[in-house]
Design a protein around this ligand. Structure first.
Ligand code: FES
Length: 106
């Protein structure tokens, strides 16, 4: 599944992601800068904050309450497109989705 990571400065990097993996894991395992994943995917750190293209909202893993609460701790501005990367599982329907990275994760 092709995902496009875009930095806050607009630099894009295409990554060949595996369905079933989460976005944080995919970014970290491909060495994408700008996403940290300090807690290892437990929705406990908010250093995997990303902005997902609203056009794909219908195919995203639904947001659990713990994720909404943890996003309050994110370093960068939280918007309607904000998600914790570790809480979104990749599916084939996400082909070509742009994952925007925030200015900062701390
Ligand atoms: Fe810690 Fe996602 S990796 S909240």
């Amino acid at each position: 599944v092709k995902l496009i990571f875009e930095t806050a400065q607009g630099q894009r990097r295409e990554v060949d992601a595996r369905a079933g993996d989460n976005i944080m894991f995919t970014a970290v395992s491909h060495g994408v800068d700008g996403i940290v994943g300090e807690c290892g995917g437990a929705a406990m750190c908010a250093t995997c904050h990303v902005y997902l293209d609203p056009a794909f909202a219908a195919v995203l893993t639904p947001k659990q309450e713990i994720e909404t609460e943890m996003l309050d701790c994110a370093a960068a501005e939280v918007t309607g497109a904000s998600r914790l990367g570790c809480q979104v599982q990749i599916t084939p329907e996400m082909e070509g989705m742009v994952v925007r990275l925030p200015e900062a994760q701390y």
